[in-house]
Design a protein around this ligand. Structure first.
Ligand code: GDP
Length: 304
């Protein structure tokens, strides 16, 4: 229900464009496919992924000879779900914390303002609700506001936070956080990192160093590198994904601010283009407004 509400704008926009794309048509022909291409691109699915979808539908049209426009929605839904399945296997893809080795470490990356801190807070809340012991690490030491904001969330969710003063070494904060988590026998560590993109080499060096230091404390960490993207920025989110995947190995995605935007199609394009699973979507500012990404529900909420 929250998902439907969160994606309302995307859905309304998409469905109205889709219905216009087939006006006066009874079968799917080249015109309809052209219109459909426009609908998908303007819904922020991204050009490459759009062409992939169009190709697949075209193949079905030529195989079946006749495809009525009344079947288009169902077919589109099938193809989009198929695409999402290629990167999001299973239906529920939340982080499952293995109890074999503690702590499970999630390093969170993303540009400032995309909702990184909020997502960390919401995640901490979810883990805590599951009875897990969470520790946050404020390794975005570049901005005082980043540390303060994370502290606000730590207080709100009531989980411990490890921080140092602004300008201190992020790797040192990561080291302290993991050490503290070990001492407290914590289950999950979530580390916030700096989100400066304007200096790619610095970003890459910083993230590499943070990882290296984490591995000194707990071998094999981080378990996840979660890239947070702001869904309402549409094509910007693609660009950020490109930059961050160049700077570090990203293992999963969270797409935020899908409420209040018609650009929800980015979720489809980004997961397809970067072949990285979307694990969470943000549909509001509250603690509860982070959803485990479920591809079937996601696609369904577009069409029903
Ligand atoms: P950061 O700089 O990346 O850490 O960004 P913040 O977590 O501070 O979030 C920036 C703003 O976006 C804040 O006002 C958040 O409340 C808001 N925000 C974050 N996630 C969502 C979301 O899913 N939906 C909405 N509507 N707002 C969000």
């Amino acid at each position: 229900e929250t998902l439907d509400k969160g994606l309302e704008k995307t859905k309304t926009n998409f469905l109205s464009k889709l219905s216009k794309a087939v006006v006066g048509k009874s079968k799917v022909d080249d015109d309809v496919l052209d219109n459909l291409e426009e609908v998908l691109v303007s819904s922020d699915v991204g050009v490459n992924t759009t062409l992939k979808i169009i190709d697949r539908i075209e193949a079905r049209v030529s195989k079946d000879k006749y495809l009525g426009v009344d079947e288009l929605n169902a077919i589109l839904r099938e193809e989009i779900a198929g695409l999402l399945s290629e990167t999001n296997s299973g239906s529920e893809t939340e982080f499952t914390v293995p109890l074999v080795r503690k702590p499970y470490v999630i390093m969170v990356v993303g540009v400032n303002g995309v909702g990184k801190t909020t997502t960390i807070g919401k995640l901490a809340y979810q883990f805590k609700k599951q009875g897990l012991k969470v520790v946050l690490g404020a390794a975005d030491t570049f901005r005082a506001a980043a540390i303060d904001q994370l502290q606000v969330w730590a207080d709100r969710v009531d989980v411990p936070i490890v921080k140092q003063s602004m300008g201190s070494d992020p790797a040192s904060v990561a080291f302290d956080t993991l050490s503290s988590a070990l001492k407290q026998n914590a289950d999950v560590v979530i580390i916030d990192t700096a989100g400066r993109l304007h200096n790619k080499v610095n970003l890459m060096n910083e993230l590499t160093k943070v990882k290296r230091v984490m591995q000194k404390v707990v071998e094999g960490t981080p378990d996840e590198v979660l890239l947070v993207l702001d869904g309402s920025t549409g094509q910007n989110a693609f660009e950020q994904a490109k930059q961050f995947t160049k700077a570090t190995e990203v293992t999963s995605l969270a797409v935020t601010k899908l409420d209040g935007t018609a650009k929800g199609g980015v979720v489809i394009g980004i997961s397809d283009q970067f072949q990285i699973p979307v694990k969470y979507i943000g549909v509001g500012e509250g603690m509860d407004d982070l959803q485990v990404f479920n591809k079937i529900e996601f696609v369904d909420s577009f069409f029903s």
